[in-house]
Every structure is written in C-alpha cells, then in structure tokens.
Design a protein around this ligand. Structure first.
Ligand SMILES: [Zn+2]
Length: 295
C-alpha cells in the first residue's frame, strides 16, 4: 500500500472518499505533520458527501474561472493514480497531477495527494548514473540548446551503438585516450553534423568507464528523426563487427542498462541496437549478439 491508498484504495469506496475529504474544512491550512493523520482519519470517517462546486476553491482569487466540482477533482486524481502505473503514460499522470495542483489550494488533502504523486514521478525523471565521468572532466564543449529538442514524456527505448573506431581496446582503455575519443565524437557531431551536442546520452569505454553524454533533458540524436523520441542512446567505444566488447565494457553496459531500465521502467524488449531502427552494421555483429540476450 502506498501513499494515499487509504483514500483511493479499496477500503473506501473511491468515488466517495476524495469527495468526503474535499468537503472537510480541516484540510485547509493543514500542518505538514498532520497530513498522514488526516489520510488515516479520512479513510475511517463517515460524513455524508457534499455535492456541487468546491466552496472556497479556485473559483475566485488567483485561480479565476469556474471552480471545479468535487467530482472533477476526484476524477483527475484517480486518473493520475491509474496512469502513473503505466510507464508509457506517466507524462499524462503528471499532467493530471498538475491539473489538481492548479485547481486546489495548498494544504488541502487533494493538493497534498497530488504533490506526493508528482514528486514520486519527478524522482524517476531526475536521473544520474553513479560513477559517470562528468562532461567537465572529459572536456566537453558547451551544448547548444537551440539545436536540440527537449525531452518530454517518458523514456521508452534504449538504443546501443558502437563508435566503429579502429583503435585497439587496450589503447582505448586508458582514460586520456577514452576522453579524447569522446571529445572527437562530440566535435564531429556538433561541427560536422550540426547537432546541439554529442548525439548519445552515455558512452562506455573498454575499461568499463561510463561517460556522461548529452543531458537527459534533451532528446538524443542517434536513431534518426522521430526514432529519437523517448530513446536513450548509449555508445560503446570500439568496433564490434569482428570482436566482442571487453568483459568490463559489457559489465558496464549491463549495469547502466539495468539502472536505466529500473529508473524509467523500460521493458527488456525495448533494449535494442541501432540496427533495430535502420539498416546499419552498427553496433556490430558481436555487440548485437550481446544485446539479443536481453530479449
Ligand atoms: Zn549507431
């Protein structure tokens, strides 16, 4: 049972529960520590539900417009609850929570519930992979925001590439060489192709280091056009047409993929190689075999 389950869960008729709470003046100006008590109390209380429009609600003052009915607020909250369980529809859930936040006063129970729901979803968006070599360390050029599309919605795909560079793994395993390779890719993407930043979100070297690429604030530029929407790009340094990635690189890739999958609820069938999207040898025969193990 998570937050709000007393309100929206099975113990109380969901259609009535929020309505009941909505009618309670005690919800207004609630002290933060009292919120959990109120949630418990609300599931046990049995006052008759009121109908009509929210009396002290958003109809006047800063909100303006027609105040929503209790039923409307309840409908939006319940819809958010339902949508947030589906990884593909979390953005819609966020929109529903935003609606409730905009249409209820801070301190009311509905507002508190929407805030809690929104913060749970937000956590899944603010992602950082531990141990990543930061852009400042590898000497990244500044991104050009105007050349990029902001990421919205959920991350649904992970696409793996190789850099196709013919540099022996033992050479690329040195951090200075790895960093130089990553800088080289960024320069060719920005200066050669006019991208706003390096096209991939993460890069992995043969020693298993993970480099921070383009921020997850932005859509990647690695799978062509619309395929980049909701698609995280990872590039392994090296060419895997004739040889597999090192053990360390594979382990790092698995760790990163596992973390991204759990952070963004991405299914195993949505971890693919570049060849999934278009006819290309990328990410090489051997790395493609490694990726097929996910399916
Ligand atoms: Zn590729």
């Amino acid at each position: 049972m998570g937050w709000g389950s007393c309100i929206l869960g099975r113990e109380v008729q969901p259609a009535e529960a929020v309505k009941r709470v909505a009618t309670r003046p005690v919800g207004r100006g609630l002290w933060p520590w009292a919120a959990p008590l109120l949630l418990v109390a609300a599931s046990c209380a049995s006052y008759p539900p009121l109908k009509g429009r929210v009396p002290e609600g958003p109809g006047s003052g800063p909100y303006g417009g027609n105040p929503p009915t209790y039923r409307e607020i309840e409908t939006h909250l319940r819809s958010a609850e339902r949508l947030r369980k589906d990884p593909d529809r979390r953005q819609e859930a966020l929109d529903e929570y935003h609606w409730v936040l905009e249409h209820t006063r801070p301190g009311t129970t509905q507002h508190t519930l929407a805030k809690a729901g929104k913060s749970l979803l937000d956590k899944q968006v603010g992602y950082h992979y531990p141990g990543t070599i930061r852009r400042a360390v590898w000497g990244a050029l500044a991104e050009r925001p105007r050349e990029m599309d902001r990421h919205s919605g959920m991350w649904k795909w992970i696409t793996v590439h190789h850099s196709a560079m013919e540099v022996p793994a033992r050479v690329l395993s040195s951090q200075p060489v790895g960093q130089e390779a990553v800088r080289g890719i960024q320069t060719s993407h920005m200066n050669g192709r006019g991208y706003g930043d390096i096209g991939y979100h993460f890069l992995v070297d043969p020693a298993g280091r993970v480099y921070e690429g383009r921020s997850l604030k932005w859509q990647g530029a690695h799978a062509k056009g619309k395929n980049n929407v909701g698609n995280i790009g990872i590039c392994l340094l090296g060419n895997f047409e004739n040889a597999p990635p090192t053990r360390q690189a594979q382990a790092a890739l698995h760790g990163l993929v596992a973390s991204l999958r759990s952070g963004f609820a991405i299914g195993t069938t949505h971890v693919v190689g570049h060849g999934h999207w278009t006819s290309t040898k990328c990410p090489g025969r051997h790395l493609t075999t490694v990726l097929n193990r996910y399916h």
